[in-house]
Design a protein. Structure first.
Length: 94
């Protein structure tokens, strides 16, 4: 616990806590995204491996926001196994 004597020390202590919270949040987002990606890759069809390779993580806002999913535009057909077609039942992985 920090000992605070005046306003400058209080501001510094508050900023220190805010910095620690931001770092912890960024770490948690990264760990969560990595876990989701591993789970998704374990469930996609493995005929060619192209679907699994097309999955990835994209971070924004200094790592505070992560998008996990199909990031390779060459895997445009991923929606067919994911949602199914009139001739093929869905095989959801995402």
């Amino acid at each position: 616990m920090a000992k605070v004597k005046g306003l400058p020390e209080l501001r510094a202590a508050i900023q220190h806590v805010a910095d620690q919270m931001a770092a912890g949040g960024t770490e948690a987002v990264g760990e969560g995204a990595a876990s989701m990606l591993a789970d998704m890759r374990s469930r996609v069809p493995r005929r060619t491996g192209h679907e699994a390779a097309g999955l990835g993580i994209q971070t924004r806002h200094g790592g505070r926001l992560a998008q996990v999913g199909v990031l390779d535009p060459g895997v445009e057909y991923e929606e067919y196994p994911e949602f199914g077609t009139s001739e093929q039942p869905a095989q959801p992985a995402i």
